[in-house]
Write a new protein. Structure first.
Length: 354
């Protein structure tokens, strides 16, 4: 395959994935798990998806230092220099700037896609087409691009992107504003208006344009992480010294919601952020009210719409229960209504406090 040598990817792989607790833990976050039954972790799937259009030596993994071994084990073809280690978790903006500066040091003309490590993409050919179009647009214009997903419900767990239908170039639209996780009534109004998309957290930009945005909107962070140590043996020591003191802020709040040159491409691929157990059920179910069992062997009667995750080989008998999550991690058994999937993070926090 012939690659464009100015294309790079940053895979964000430092999160804990607490909404998939108790299966996802701080020691083994969800990006390192095979949640879809494919035989590959979400991180591995993300890497292989991007490798179709970006050379492997241009794919950067940003993760916490305690996950370095897990990344290397799942992606043995990745050079150690392409695994960037955060000494502490500081949200997405500083992690992205760290990786952007790392890439800029070797290629000041780079065009970069930033992708989460734990999302599901249904149609990978359509994904590749959208990303290549975005690379081309970003390389020719002073823009910051995000990919938006056509909403199929008034989901309150996603951020929304409002775009201007009248300002369109080559399938890209000027962004009006971002709205973070609205209430249901507001989300219903968004769907009625027809010019709102879900924010997938996938960004494409030229390295010069995103560095300019950081310098303008997060100047203290830009100055703190500016250095001549990138791509040298001194890089990690520099990051270990300055990274713990930078602002803890997301790229959405820090840059995307402030910048005036943000454009969105409505995506043509199926997408699921796999942000919760009910999202996983939605992704895996092929028929209405289907029971889904991961790991174990299910025997059921008068039970529908349940997701059961157990250790491999366990036999499960289920009767008289509808629309529940039954998650057995070995140490913890969680049984809650599927409608309360967003409460998993709260249960995790409560048990940690106790």
């Amino acid at each position: 395959m012939t690659y464009n040598n100015d294309r790079y990817a940053i895979i964000m792989a430092g999160g804990v994935g607490s909404r998939f607790w108790p299966e996802s833990t701080e020691q083994q976050p969800k990006q390192f798990l095979d949640l879809t039954g494919s035989g590959k972790s979400l991180l591995r799937q993300t890497f292989e998806r991007l490798e179709h259009i970006i050379p492997a030596n241009h794919i950067i993994i940003v993760t916490n230092e305690k996950y370095a071994g897990k990344v290397k084990k799942q992606l043995p073809e990745i050079d150690n220099r392409n695994i960037l280690l955060e000494p502490v978790m500081r949200n997405t903006a500083p992690a992205i700037l760290y990786a952007v500066n790392h890439i800029h040091a070797s290629n000041p003309d780079a065009n970069i896609i930033v992708a989460p490590s734990d999302h599901f993409i249904d149609n990978e050919d359509a994904f590749h087409h959208d990303v290549i179009q975005a690379f081309d647009f970003a390389s020719k214009h002073d823009v910051l691009i995000t990919l938006g997903i056509h909403p199929d419900s008034p989901h309150t767990g996603y951020g929304y992107i409002q775009y201007d239908k009248k300002r369109e170039k080559n399938g890209f639209f000027k962004v009006i504003e971002f709205t973070e996780k609205p209430d249901k009534k507001t989300a219903e109004k968004f769907l009625e208006q027809g010019n709102f998309l879900w924010n997938a957290g996938i960004f494409i930009w030229n390295v010069k344009n995103i560095r300019t945005a950081f310098k303008k909107y997060l100047p203290e962070m830009f100055q703190a992480l500016e250095s001549d140590t990138y791509q040298t043996e001194r890089e990690q020591d520099f990051i270990n010294k300055v990274f713990p003191n930078v602002e803890n802020i997301s790229i959405d709040y820090g840059i995307m919601e402030k910048a005036a040159n943000v454009w969105v491409r409505p995506a043509h691929f199926g997408w699921n952020d796999l942000g919760s157990w009910d999202a996983l059920y939605k992704q895996l179910s092929t028929q209405n009210k289907e029971n889904i069992s991961l790991g174990g062997q299910l025997f059921h009667k008068n039970a529908t719409g349940n997701l059961i995750k157990t250790p491999t080989g366990k036999k499960i008998i289920l009767s008289g229960l509808d629309d529940y999550l039954i998650i057995d991690s070995g140490e913890i058994l969680m049984i809650i209504p599927k409608s309360e999937a967003q409460e998993v993070k709260n249960w995790h926090n409560k048990l940690n406090k106790k």
